[in-house]
Design a protein around this ligand. Structure first.
Ligand code: PLP
Length: 509
């Protein structure tokens, strides 16, 4: 059977629908949803898809994962068209040449200037689509199906979720953030949205306090039954799916500009929760001719250490605690989406192609990780990862110096954001290693607009003559946010009860 889904931790045969997995988010057994069969591209796709628009490519790819009985062609096309009409670039995700070997895939042209918009604009429309359909089938005297999205943010995810869900029918969204601990632009982005279904809660505490409260809300059976709490964090399958399009789109864009069509193409991805690069892995497994997928981490380097040692383990250095770096959206202890990759690697090696066995093995690994903080992968699994993935780790100092170097040498004085800089630093390390192989081209993913991370960008560029953040970096639209009225809802204590009360008060039922 094709186009069905299962949980990564299940040892039983399963066949869940796309709608089930999108609306549920996380499986009951704690696993992530995935398609056990990765669809294969039509044999003529390199020719047939080469001149497709971003939206046409999105349709071609999504169609392979979503049964047309679940979402008919016309509806899927409409969802895609609406999701990407909010982007400032006609190409949605344009490719920018940095030098002969290196291209940047700009993923920040969506409403909140961060790569998460590419997925969350689509996810918001999907939620609304499924809810409208469910409610249309209900008798008038039955309560409507609704969803209350509750999330915590240290900056980027919150605003992308808000802009994805604003104004959506039967959807409410509550985003918790730590008072005074996110950047002014990020707070302005979240609190100036006027739609009645959008709520932000400024919680006096840390990001971890906010996340703890959200976890407790998810575990609160009574609250859940009444409000139908939903999540849009990076484990939602629809996000991984929507991110696949830009791997295809940029591949074709680059091929068109290259004279040598035998060039090998490598993607370099600044990574935290492994959601962005996992989309590239699906593209590769579908048949896109990718030479390497390169993981770029900051000092929270669990992925880089796995690639080198085959051990998947929390950092012992800081007793497993997260390090605050210059690329905060990549500050993680464990990469939640890595579990999906491990499932395929286990299934294809030690489980000898058996889905149920793969679920059993992965479940035991995840239990072990939870209790001991460490798992040693079978050598066959680590080797399988290395056939397509490579990795590098980049520290704060290099992050800053690469921003400075690219600005100083690029003809248009291109400004990188710190996350993108982690990827570009990694790209340059690879380029200098394979200097003699000049038919390798690098597409480095640019995950945020530099204006969102002014502190680090200014640290890198302030000493350069003629540099001005206002003139060189800040887009007018973001500048204008500071004059808009903010709606600040202060929760004066990191308390579950106070947050629940605030949600109840806003929802009025
Ligand atoms: C979320 C995010 C990342 C990391 O993406 P993952 O899917 O978590 O690996 C990188 N850069 C920026 C700016 C982000 O917002």
């Amino acid at each position: 059977m094709s186009k069905v889904y299962r949980s990564s931790r299940s040892a039983e045969a399963q066949a869940l629908s796309f709608e089930d997995v999108v609306m549920t988010g996380l499986a009951k057994d704690g696993g992530l949803f995935l398609p056990s069969e990765i669809p294969q591209l039509p044999s003529t796709f390199l020719k047939d898809w080469a001149n497709a628009s971003f939206q046409e490519l999105a349709f071609n790819i999504l169609r392979l994962y979503i049964d047309s009985k679940e979402i008919p062609d016309e509806d899927l096309k409409d969802l895609i068209a609406r999701s990407y009409s909010t982007f400032r670039s006609e190409e949605v995700t344009p490719l920018k040449k940095i030098d002969d070997d290196l291209y940047l895939l700009e993923l920040f042209h969506g409403p909140t200037y961060a790569f998460k918009d590419v997925a969350l604009q689509f996810v918001g429309n999907l939620f609304e689509y499924f809810l409208i359909r469910r409610n249309a089938k209900k008798p008038a005297d039955e309560p409507r199906d609704v969803i209350t999205v509750v999330g915590a943010t240290s900056g980027d995810t919150g605003s992308a979720a808000i802009y994805g869900l604003r104004g959506k029918k039967d959807v409410s969204v509550f985003i918790l953030y730590p008072t005074g601990r996110i950047s002014p632009i990020q707070e302005e982005q979240m609190t100036t949205v006027e739609d009645a279904n959008v709520h932000t809660l400024s919680v006096k505490g840390t990001f971890d306090d906010c996340q703890d409260i959200v976890k407790q809300i998810f575990g609160d059976v009574e609250f859940n039954e009444k409000y139908h709490v939903g999540a849009v964090n990076s484990i939602n399958w629809a996000r991984i799916l929507a991110q696949q399009t830009y791997y295809f789109y940029s591949y074709f864009q680059l091929q068109k500009t290259l004279k040598d069509t035998t060039s090998k193409i490598r993607f370099v991805v600044p990574s935290g929760n492994f959601g962005d690069i996992l989309a590239g892995y699906y593209a590769y497994r579908m048949g896109l001719p990718v030479d390497k997928l390169i993981i770029a981490t900051n000092e929270n380097d669990i992925l880089d250490r796995f690639m080198k040692s085959g051990r998947y383990e929390k950092s012992t250095e800081a007793e497993g605690a997260v390090k605050a770096t210059y690329s905060p959206a990549m500050d993680i202890v464990i990469s939640s989406n890595f579990e999906r990759l491990l499932w395929y690697l286990i299934r294809d090696t030690v489980a000898k192609g058996n889905d149920e066995e793969a679920g059993k093995v992965l479940n035991s690994w995840m239990q072990q990780l939870k209790t001991t903080g460490s798992v040693v992968a079978d050598e066959a699994v680590a080797q399988a990862a290395r056939t397509i993935f490579a990795s590098e780790r980049v520290d704060n100092e290099e992050t800053v110096s690469t921003i400075k170097q690219v600005y100083s040498t690029h003809p248009e004085k291109y400004v990188l954001d710190p996350h993108t800089s982690v990827g570009v630093t990694t790209s340059y390390r690879f380029i200098s290693k394979d200097a003699k192989e000049d038919n390798i081209k690098y597409i480095s993913l640019s995950t945020a607009h530099p204006a969102k991370f002014s502190e680090v960008v200014n640290k890198a560029l302030d000493t350069i003559d003629g540099y001005s953040f206002e003139k060189d970096v800040l887009p007018a639209e973001l500048k204008a946010l500071s004059t808009k009225e903010k709606r600040i809802n202060l929760i004066d204590e990191a308390s579950l009860e106070k947050v629940k009360d605030a949600i109840k008060k806003e929802l009025k039922y």
